[in-house]
Design a protein. Structure first.
Length: 108
């Protein structure tokens, strides 16, 4: 299996949602699942548990395709992580692939 490491960046909204989960003791289990999902997005977007697919109802700030990954399954209002590709950055002449975490939320 080819593992490709990507850099994750968060929109202000996604960062606030992540911090809210981190600061809520009642959401400890959800936070653990979201962290696992973020780790898988970073290294293996094709992992079967993510069920990654395009989410047609949203677009990124610059019109990017938005994708949905599952943090939970078979749970009422299961948490999802929405993301889009880019913007990649270049460091020392090397392209660093970036994934922007768009939002972290219970399934709409």
């Amino acid at each position: 299996m080819l593992v490709m490491r990507r850099e994750l960046i968060f929109t202000p909204t996604a960062y606030q949602e992540y911090k809210a989960l981190s600061n809520n003791p009642a959401k400890k289990g959800v936070l653990k699942q979201v962290r696992k999902t973020l780790a898988l997005i970073e290294i293996n977007l094709r992992h079967p548990s993510l069920n990654t697919h395009e989410y047609h109802s949203l677009t990124g700030l610059n019109g990017e395709k938005v994708f949905e990954a599952y943090a939970q399954q078979k749970t009422p209002a299961a948490y999802r992580v929405f993301f889009h590709y880019g913007p990649d950055r270049v460091e020392k002449g090397e392209r660093i692939p970036v994934i922007t975490i768009f939002t972290i939320t219970p399934h709409p």
